[in-house]
Ligand binder design. Structure first.
Ligand SMILES: [Zn+2]
Length: 231
């Protein structure tokens, strides 16, 4: 059974659902699904599973999602700030060496230029200063993308295509089965124009999408295991 579909059957009520397993086997009930969900390790993945596929349930636990997102993002922000501080210090040191006790040498100038370039690269990789304030918007946009991501049109979401009698990894989506979402759509989802998105926000959006996607996928596999042992 698709664990995400199972989640979708969990409504705000406690009605028993017949999820059509047939074959005389007992059907998984709402409670079975909720119990299986309880066996998924706590953390970002489980919160995302709920936020993506069971919004009624996630609404009750929104602060847990917030805490998990903050726990994911904080170390990365700190790492970026450390790299930035190091690159600034390196540049300051290279500048102070120039002409210390004599004429500036070509080597000293080259060191300063290299430090300047390194600082430029580090800055370009840093997330925008207002990332923390924008975190709720970013997180909701990424969650909504995961929950509504289109299937790859080429393989219809299977991740593989049939070439003669051979199953090949789909070239269009690289086997993920997922369709492309445009920068324009992502920019609109976080309330920015496309050029600002590309210049400033794409780096953090794509990072979050990658991290959220992996966490959600792992949690989904854990739910699937729990569901099949419940069946
Ligand atoms: Zn594909």
């Amino acid at each position: 059974m698709n664990p995400r579909e199972a989640m979708g059957r969990l409504g705000p009520t406690t009605v028993k659902f017949d999820i059509g397993r047939g074959g005389g086997k007992p059907d998984l009930t709402n409670q079975d699904i909720a119990a299986a969900l309880g066996m998924v390790p706590a953390g970002l993945g489980r919160e995302l599973l709920e936020a993506c596929w069971w919004p009624d349930g996630a609404a009750l636990r929104r602060h847990k999602l917030r805490d998990a997102v903050i726990a994911l993002v904080t170390p990365e922000l700190q790492r970026q700030q450390r790299r930035l501080a190091e690159a600034r210090t390196d540049l300051g040191l290279a500048e102070v060496c120039i002409g210390w006790g004599g004429a500036a040498t070509a080597e000293q100038r080259a060191n300063r230029d290299a430090a300047q370039q390194r600082l430029g690269r580090v800055k370009a990789q840093c997330w925008p200063i207002s990332t923390l304030e924008s975190l709720p918007t970013l997180a909701m946009a990424v969650i909504s993308e995961i929950a509504r991501r289109p299937h790859c049109a080429s393989c219809e979401g299977r991740g593989q295509t049939l070439s003669g009698e051979l199953l090949m990894t789909c070239k269009v989506c690289g086997g993920s089965g997922l369709g492309q979402v445009s920068d324009r759509r992502r920019a609109a989802a976080i309330g920015r124009d496309e050029s600002t998105y590309r210049a400033k926000w794409r780096v953090v959006y794509e990072w979050m999408l990658q991290q959220f996607g992996e966490s959600e996928q792992e949690a989904s596999w854990a739910l699937q295991r729990a569901l099949s042992s419940a069946a």
